[in-house]
Write a protein that binds this ligand. Structure first.
Ligand code: PBG
Length: 330
């Protein structure tokens, strides 16, 4: 046998020889504190309602939401992001239920705050789409277009009402220009400098939101391409990022996560505020569906998808698996 001296002189495989070696050299780790659970609460239901396109996820009742929040605390995750699903009859053009102190989201915020106190960050989706009868994230002008500045006034009121109801963090997800600045002002005006803003900075008009539309009983016809970003663009995200930071964002988000890891990496390189990624409903549904068919190993695929998102630069991740994964990590 021919020998080649010490060839190959460098052997990267030495650092992959055993589980403990791989664990020591791992550059990315998952920890329960990395996770935030998005949760849906539906008005007027007596039992949790399963979401067929998101096996394992439900529209909560007020009671089952409180239980999910308590489980999230026990699992050691950092936050819960609440989405309200109002009764169909309460939807209107202005999304009035979104600013009603007795609207489902506000009621749920108070319930969850009473349950968890300060042991879990209570976050609220700050957007009108669940509450409007046309399903858009803002109010419409007389031509049926989403009216940016009229929507900002609604967001300002929503921020104040959500803060009053107990949100530690508000998550503006509507992609209106100027939304972060207006919301910061609105919160400061009522003396709520303590409420943080998690800005949906780079939110793309994605086909992967499909299952979410079922989850919130969306009334949307058409799409959100006049306000959410075009999937083709990366530089545009950097512009959105600059604006959100100028306007007072405390944390910035990239959404969806998996198909946008390049955006996430670039944003994470560019800023010193915490960067958050949202692994959305379609990303969840794809893994669950493939696993159900026996085509992939569910648990490994979940951890790999989350590791990839952390590796790309996310400090925190919103994922529908938050509590489950945190439990397995403990
Ligand atoms: C808007 C909002 C959406 C999601 C979170 N906030 C839907 C949309 O923009 O159409 C999607 C989340 C998911 O798909 O998991 N309020």
């Amino acid at each position: 046998m021919t020998t080649y001296g010490s060839f190959p002189g460098t052997r990267p495989r030495r650092l992959r020889t055993s589980p403990v070696m791989r664990r020591m050299v791992a550059e990315t780790r998952l920890h329960p504190a990395d996770f935030i659970l998005p949760a849906f609460v539906r008005e007027g239901v007596a039992e949790p309602v399963p979401i067929s396109s998101m096996p394992g996820v439900v529209q909560h009742t007020r009671d089952s939401l409180k239980k999910a929040a308590a489980e999230a605390v026990a699992a050691g995750i950092s936050g819960i992001m609440l989405f309200g699903v109002p009764e169909e009859s309460k939807k209107d053009g202005a999304g009035t239920a979104g600013t009603d102190p007795d609207g489902i989201l506000q009621v749920a915020l108070r319930d969850v705050r009473a349950e968890v106190g300060d042991d879990l960050l209570v976050m609220s989706d700050l957007c009108l789409d669940e509450f409007t009868d046309h399903g858009h994230c803002g109010v419409l002008d007389d031509q049926g277009r989403v009216d940016n500045d009229a929507t900002l006034e609604r967001y300002a009121e929503m921020a104040q009402v959500q803060a009053d109801a107990g949100a530690h963090v508000v998550g503006p997800s509507g992609m209106m220009d100027g939304q972060i600045g207006v919301i910061r002002d609105a919160l400061d005006q009522i003396g709520r400098e303590d409420v943080a803003i998690l800005a949906y900075t780079a939110k793309y008009a994605s086909a992967f939101y499909g299952p979410f539309r079922e989850a919130v009983g969306s009334s949307l016809q058409g799409d959100r391409r006049t306000y959410q970003q075009d999937p083709a663009n990366l530089r545009e995200s950097m512009r959105e990022l600059e604006l959100d930071l100028e306007e007072g964002a405390d944390m910035v988000m990239v959404k969806p996560a998996g198909p946008y890891l390049d955006v996430l990496a670039k944003v994470a390189d560019a800023v010193d505020v915490p960067v958050v990624a949202y692994q959305i409903s379609g990303e969840y549904a794809m893994i669950e569906a493939a696993a159900e068919k026996g085509w992939i190993d569910r648990d490994k695929a979940i951890l790999e998808s989350l590791t990839g998102i952390r590796r790309a630069g996310a400090r925190s991740i919103l994922t529908y698996w938050a509590t489950e994964v945190a439990q397995t990590l403990r």
